[in-house]
Design a protein around this ligand. Structure first.
Ligand SMILES: [Zn+2]
Length: 290
């Protein structure tokens, strides 16, 4: 099977991907997947695709997609990624870490224009942000859902509240109730580590990760959803162990007593469990609400 044909099948198959999220890949498929990921070449991909795939094997297709070469920003695009990331960072410094979590994109632009220290976004930067936001993240190997489709989406400030001592916000209602129950059951050692994230915040987190990886969107998307694809925009949140710092966002959290309790009490309906087909690393700290 030619790669082009397979990509067409893949596009159809991935539409149905989410309906079959509970299926598990067999041992043989996992071995093959590992081989594909190690090979990371078109040739190996073609061979594997031709030899093993059936159009119905959606999850397997998704995983093989992840064995495609990473998408990397180069040239002018790489410069734009860096200048936008830096401008967003200056915006965060100006409005404050807490406020930045819920700032809309339109407001971000107004702040940037009004404050010399940030500097207005250039027409080229804005055009690139729009193009970036409109991209289908599957091209990076990220298979999570798009949850917000307008760059101008805003967060209703009366629908959120600031969680004391965290610098983060939660949506009132279900997220608030789940968080309160977690605090009550597990106690003072568990804390919100990331709550509501506006598109601006998610765009900055994602671009900061892209910058960290030298322009690699695919690698960035394995640990951070691109803007528009994060459930933090609509209700999910992250928790951690008090005093555990950055380790809360590593697999080390899965070894803590707090995580063990979360699991036992059934709070961790994890959005992206271990071995998930969405191209995302296992995130034990992420609480699925929506
Ligand atoms: Zn999360």
């Amino acid at each position: 099977m030619k790669r082009r044909h397979f990509l067409q099948l893949g596009a159809m198959g991935s539409l149905m991907l989410f309906q079959s999220g509970c299926e598990r890949t067999s041992r043989g498929e996992q071995d093959l997947l590992r081989a594909a990921q190690e090979a990371k070449t078109h040739e190996a991909y073609d061979e594997l695709a031709g030899a093993q795939l059936s159009p119905k094997d959606h999850i397997y297709e998704a995983k093989i997609f992840n064995a495609l070469p990473d998408v990397v920003a180069t040239g002018r695009e790489w410069e734009l990624v860096q200048s936008i990331e830096a401008r967003l960072r200056r915006t965060m410094d100006w409005v404050g870490f807490g406020n930045f979590n819920i700032i809309s994109f339109d407001r971000t632009l107004r702040f940037a224009s009004a404050v010399d220290r940030i500097g207005a976004f250039t027409a080229e930067e804005l055009a690139f942000i729009e193009e970036l936001f409109a991209r289908d993240a599957r091209q990076y190997g990220f298979y999570g859902d798009r949850v917000i489709d307008h760059l101008s989406a805003t967060i209703d400030e009366s629908a959120v509240y600031k969680v004391p001592h965290t610098g983060h916000y939660l949506f009132r209602g279900e997220s608030e109730q789940v968080y309160d129950a977690i605090k009550e059951d597990i106690g003072e050692t568990i804390i919100l580590t990331s709550g509501v994230r506006s598109l601006t915040k998610q765009l900055h987190l994602f671009l900061a990760k892209v910058v960290d990886t030298g322009g690699n969107y695919s690698e960035a998307s394995r640990s951070l959803a691109p803007a528009g694809y994060s459930y933090h925009g609509i209700g999910d949140f992250d928790v951690g162990k008090v005093g555990f710092g950055a380790r809360n966002f590593t697999q080390a959290f899965a070894k803590t007593r707090e995580f063990e309790k979360l699991m036992k009490l059934g709070y961790v309906a994890i959005r992206y469990p271990e071995g998930n087909p969405y191209g995302v690393y296992f995130e034990p700290w992420h609480i699925e609400v929506i």
